[in-house]
Design a protein. Sequence first.
Length: 260
Amino acid sequence: MPEIVKSEIVMSETAVPDTSPITRAFVLAAGLGKRMRPITATVPKPLVEVAGRALLDHALDRAAEGGITKAVVNVHYLADLIEGHVGKRRTAPEIVISDERDALLETGGGVKKALPLLGTEPFVVFNADSFWLEGPESNLGRLIAAWDPEAMDILLLVAPTATSLGYEGGGDFVMDSSGALERRGEREIAPFIYAGVAILKPGLFAGTPEGAFSLNLLFDRAIAARRLHGLRLDGQWLHVGTPEAITAAEARVKSTAPVA
């Protein structure tokens, strides 16, 4: 059984640079899941099932497939249910709980609180509802292989707007030939959506607000420095944001399952 550790543990890592592959991840699982109501009145969104498994398990499985050995999962809404669920997992990665029961810290504040558990090297951030159909290779493995800390502060997994299932927005980013990202302009349609997975450097959180703030603050700082990059997802991103989207996602998964 993966070890469950509370966030009060003091970080034991030293500040010595680590040249090993990225092996740590933070999973954002504390949100209220308002758009998924009424399901999330009694079940936190990360535990909503798609194709027979909780969204959180899909994310953790993807993390393990990409080489992540330790994942920090933050909790706030219906936190006991999430803690109980991950405590029953029998497979990698090791799970560490970052407790936000006292106050919901949003995406950036949640990661910042958990930095002592993540160490001093770049790490992956997952949205708990990040869900996609893989191509020939692990997309997380591709993302980690593409990471270049000399040229990048943040690397996002991005999905094509036109082929993403269940998404009806205008997209998030445009990407140039080098992989650098820019926000879409007003009244424009952007070709790429943020697929909910990113690699970040811990040092980016220096000078950020205390308490709640969004990771978009760091994305915008990286854009200004021309150091926000993207990697196109190989496969199909499935946006599971509403109860209706669950049915569509499950039908898509079923259509791609190998025939017995």
